[in-house]
Design a protein around this ligand. Structure first.
Ligand code: NAI
Length: 629
């Protein structure tokens, strides 16, 4: 197939900005003069817009006002070299390789366009633009009015005169680019929207191209990114934090964000062509939902738990799931610290009495936390962080965990739960929600504790027998408690809260808000997109709850073959056999498996053909295969 010709616009397409705006900034570096001249330029522009001045007249007047010097134009060219559009810059080598069939056609000026595009690797003779006229002192005093490009319809005239034999594709952001297509001198008009989006031009475009990656991908040409990011569709539900929306949009993905959850049927319909799904705790990602998704790569749980997601179904279909396991750790710990101080001070009752008009000034039962013994059950993310902050406040920290954990600071490990219970003045639960932990705390455990000890549960409601806790408080065995999580919690703020703990002395009850802070929401909104973007860009799965965890650097000077397969023997051997047959140079290879799937990552030299990819895709237990660069 013959290579097509590309006609590329300069201002706001090849470069991110309008060159004459930048020239005005360079020339008018004196602020007082600047204000005066800019006002006049604006007046001329307005007159042009009102139809009182044509394009040529307005250009003439604006240039006359600017009084740009030859040196300013040189400076402009230098600055424009740093303002090349991101996707043009990324694809520099690929576009420069097409230089014989690439033309830059612009209503700007040769004097600044030629140095920029030549530096980029394009051919100076392939640039068509206006030309400045300078006076004897080197100031711009006009432009070559003979050039068609100083007139409306000039671009079409240039293309016609070029008489190109083959397909002609125009890439630009403005009506004058669309005109070439409408005049019949181009086969296709790609409306380039990376820098500006002009609604009026959209209707006439053959293809909306948010970047050059999209154009090269559409034309199946060599490019710097394996897949244009604008093609990646993201669906965010349940009012995921705006930080996440911004990060994913900034990455170039197409993001749709809804404030509510969707029902199973609604989600099955909507998820069909979605690549990334973001949810919080309400959306149920069932097997039916997962199998309705034909292009799903990731589910991001913008919360801690992943019970709402059928992880096995995701794994079987090669969907990597990420969550935010420690984005709200600090929030839970701060609440625990606050509650420990309040309970040791007997504040809940004192505060309640004040609201009832009672002044109970007394030091009885009010203590400092300094020097008290804090016991932590479950020394994970939250438990260990509480250990650090607790110690900083002067608490003596002891902990018990079923796993061997590194004691932080001066914290001391207890060998059994009973040893811990009998030792401490304050006990805080931070175990996870595995089913074995149901009701691990009951009458027997409270009996082991010191008389008057303080008890906190900010972990999971079902871990504690509520009636036993109630009894322990009523008998005075436990001197006070803070409970944030309950075996049965209202499903929404409209439902009433019921619990045997209501009304008990020195008892703080909170509606499962341990992790609910503005900062935690922001952290989650940043953390989960970070994991997803890293996975899309590098294949890294660190922190995935269902995929074998592999940490990978960005691909450099290589192509990365990512292969997810059902975990059966010999897949790596089959992959390498095919690579060997095609004589492919392997630069690096990793294999990691879990019970369900295997993940093979192979970095190879760029030189290979489509047949190799077809062969690799055919390997028997493949779930999916993708190439990354
Ligand atoms: P994690 O998984 O990092 O730590 C849990 C630790 O508990 C692990 O070290 C584990 O070995 C240990 N463990 C499990 N069972 C145990 C047992 N029977 N005895 C002793 N140790 C045991 O979890 P993370 O992030 O620290 O969260 C802790 C708890 O806090 C979880 O239940 C979580 O659901 C809850 N949570 C509550 C929030 C709230 O809003 N109140 C917010 C965030 C988490």
């Amino acid at each position: 197939m013959e290579k097509p010709y590309f006609i590329i616009d300069f201002d706001s397409t090849f470069t991110r900005i309008e060159a004459l705006d930048l020239l005005a900034e360079i020339v008018l570096s004196n602020p007082r003069e600047k204000e005066h001249v800019l006002q006049q330029i604006q007046d001329i522009t307005n007159r042009g817009m009102n139809g009182e001045l044509d394009f040529r007249a307005s250009l003439t007047q604006r240039l006359a006002l600017l009084r740009a010097h030859r040196d300013d134009i040189g400076e402009l060219a230098e600055q424009l070299k740093t303002q090349i559009s991101g996707s043009f810059l990324r694809n520099r080598d690929h576009i420069a390789a097409l230089r014989d069939t690439v033309y830059v056609v612009s209503n700007g000026f040769l004097e600044f366009i030629v140095p920029v595009v030549t530096d980029y690797g394009l051919i100076p003779k392939h640039v068509f633009a206006n030309e400045f006229i300078f006076d004897t002192e080197g100031y711009v005093c006009g432009f070559n009015t003979e050039s068609p490009l100083s007139q409306t319809g000039g671009k079409s005239k240039i293309i016609r005169e070029l008489n190109l034999r083959g397909d002609v594709y125009v890439i630009g952001d403005g009506a004058n680019d669309l005109e070439i297509r409408q005049a019949g001198y181009a086969n296709k008009f790609y409306l380039f929207t990376e820098n500006v989006e002009r609604e009026t031009v959209k209707a006439g475009a053959d293809h909306i191209a948010p970047n050059v990656d999209e154009i090269l991908y559409e034309l199946k040409m060599d490019r710097s990114l394996s897949y244009p990011k604008n093609r990646i569709k993201v669906l965010l539900l349940e009012g995921v934090h705006s930080m996440a929306v911004n990060l994913l949009e900034k990455e170039g993905y197409q993001v749709e964000a809804l404030s509510t959850a969707l029902t199973e049927d609604e989600l099955c319909e909507k998820i069909k062509d979605v690549n990334i799904l973001g949810i919080r705790s309400k959306t149920q990602v069932t097997e039916k939902v997962v199998s309705s998704a034909k292009r799903l790569l990731n589910v991001g749980a913008f919360c801690i738990g992943t019970n709402q997601i059928d992880l096995e179904a995701c794994t079987r279909q090669g969907v990597a799931v990420f969550n935010a396991p420690f984005s709200n750790t600090r929030s839970v710990v701060e609440l625990a610290i606050a509650e420990i101080i309040m309970l040791v001070r007997n504040l809940p009752d004192k505060a309640r009495a004040m609201h009832n008009g009672k002044w109970e000034k007394s030091a009885n039962g009010a203590r400092e936390i300094r020097g008290k013994k804090l016991g932590i059950v479950g020394y994970g993310n939250i438990g260990s962080q509480l250990s650090v902050l607790g110690e900083a406040l002067g608490l003596e920290v002891y902990f018990y965990d079923i796993e061997d954990k590194l004691a932080l600071g001066n914290a001391r490990k207890c060998e059994t739960l009973n040893e811990l219970l009998s030792k401490v003045d304050i006990l805080s639960l931070h175990v996870d929600g595995r089913s074995e932990n149901d009701h691990i705390f009951g009458a027997e455990q409270f009996a082991q504790m010191k008389d008057g000890a303080i008890f906190l549960n900010l972990a999971r409601g079902k871990v504690v027998q509520i009636s036993a806790l109630k009894q322990a408080i009523e008998s005075g065995k436990i001197g006070g408690c803070a409970v944030d999580v309950f075996p049965k919690e209202p499903k929404s703020n409209n439902e009433a809260f019921e619990s045997e703990l209501i009304g008990l002395p020195n008892t703080i009850l909170t509606p499962h808000i341990g992790g609910s802070t503005v900062e935690a929401q922001e952290n989650i909104g940043q953390f989960v997109p970070g994991k997803i973007i890293q996975y899309i860009n590098t294949g890294s799965t660190t922190g995935s709850v269902n995929f074998p965890n592999v940490q990978l650097q960005a691909v450099q000077k290589a192509h990365r073959l990512l292969h997810i397969h059902h975990n059966v023997p010999n897949v790596l051997a089959k992959i390498n056999h095919i690579l060997g047959e095609y004589d492919i140079n392997i630069l690096g290879q990793y294999l990691k498996t879990n019970e369900e799937i295997g993940y093979v990552i192979t970095d190879v030299d760029k030189e290979y053909g489509q047949e190799l990819l077809d062969e690799l895709r055919k390997i028997e237990p493949t779930i999916w295969f993708r190439v990354l660069y």
